[in-house]
Design a binder for this molecule. Structure first.
Ligand code: NAP
Length: 330
């Protein structure tokens, strides 16, 4: 597996990470055995950058990773990233966001316990809290660095102004935000700011929550409780129109002898050398398929063709339901 360096800190991770959210939440039924196999296989093939958050489950995703780390004894093989800041009750109901310094500290202690580790390699604020100055939140995270509880600091879905302010308090290693062929808002202001400040983009939902793989051809493909059925891009009205865009890149993937998922990830890897996509899967076969994206080279002509075939203005529907949209890019 190829590696990439995040931020100015020298943190080295696999060029493709592993998103663990869908193993416990949002995308239908759980299969802990298959997820465990996937996590272990990831380490065997060098995918060492695992991504979780306290709110996935809630809590059960960190517990799953903690169990796998404990039973395998492979903690030192993993660059472990988790997040705090989105509050949910035990039933999963959304309770708001918090960047309060006391909340930062308590969340970190809780995550360390659930993960069964003595430090977190990369700790992100999951959503920005407009009621707490970013300097206070990042200040509390910087204290955790001094105490050795976390190694590096990241933000998720922060706008360029907040990134700049946060970075004056403590170097920000990574910005984790949604970035893929169908979600490209970052390109205007946030990515140039990341490049200027030496902050690496970590692209979440790089496969468009699975849509960009072409595997899902209609809404019936999802289980009844799948969160994607509430996402505007997957609505009755928008699904087929968005699928028509995917079909165009499917043709290019076929001509290159790769899968559509691999093409979508390779496109991201070509955007800048310190960007790391973190596709999520519960299945070993898909993990291996996604890992293969690092071997794909796209020429300038092919990159231009992808942009031509998949114009961002043609994507139908916002990337989150309305309430969740309000928490983004603050
Ligand atoms: N910071 C944030 O706010 C935020 C928000 C969302 C996600 N994330 C992080 O980003 C990670 C990745 O994002 P994501 O899971 O939302 O979306 P994604 O990686 O774009 O897509 C995941 C979905 O695609 C399917 N899939 C994966 N590889 C595939 C392949 N090769 N062919 C066909 N289907 C494939 C998976 O199904 P199977 O599991 O059945 O394979 C899953 O349903 C998450 O796990 C989480 O850690 C962060």
């Amino acid at each position: 597996m190829k590696t990439r360096k995040l931020g100015l800190s020298g943190l080295e991770v696999s060029a493709i990470g592993l998103g663990c959210m869908g193993m416990s939440d949002f995308y239908g039924h759980k299969d802990d055995q298959s997820s465990t196999d996937t996590l272990l296989k990831a380490l065997d093939i060098g995918i060492n950058f695992w991504d979780t958050a306290d709110m996935y489950g809630p809590h059960t995703n960190e517990q799953l990773l903690g169990k796998v780390l404990k039973e395998s004894g492979r903690r030192n093989d993993v660059v472990l990233a988790t997040k705090f800041g989105i509050k949910r009750d035990d039933e999963g109901q959304f309770l708001g966001v918090s960047g309060h310094p006391d909340y930062v500290r308590q969340s970190c202690e809780d995550s360390l316990k659930r993960l069964g580790v003595d430090h977190i390699d990369l700790y992100y604020q999951h959503r920005m809290d407009s009621t707490v100055p970013i300097e206070d939140t990042v200040g509390a995270m910087a204290d955790l660095v001094k105490e050795g509880k976390i190694r590096h600091i990241g933000l998720s879905e922060a706008n360029a102004g907040l990134l700049r302010r946060a970075n004056t308090v403590h170097p920000i290693t990574a910005l984790q935000s949604e970035y893929s062929l169908w979600t490209r808002e970052l390109e205007d202001e946030v990515l140039p700011t990341c490049r200027e400040l030496g902050i690496s983009p970590v692209a979440y939902s790089p496969l468009g929550r699975g849509f960009l793989t072409g595997t899902y051809r209609n809404r019936e493909a999802f289980e009844e409780n799948d969160w994607r059925l509430t996402n505007p891009r997957f609505s009755e009205e928008n699904f087929q129109r968005n699928l028509a865009l995917v079909e165009r890149v499917e043709e290019l993937a076929e001509s290159k002898g790769c899968t559509t998922a691999q093409l979508a990830l390779a496109w991201l890897l070509h955007q800048q050398p310190d960007l790391v996509p973190i596709p999520g899967t519960r299945k070993v076969s898909r993990l291996e398929e996604n890992a293969g994206a690092v071997e794909i080279t796209l020429s300038n002509e092919e990159l231009a063709k992808i942009m031509q075939d998949f114009p961002k203005e043609m994507v139908q529907g916002s990337r989150y339901p309305e309430m969740a949209m309000r928490l983004l890019n603050q």
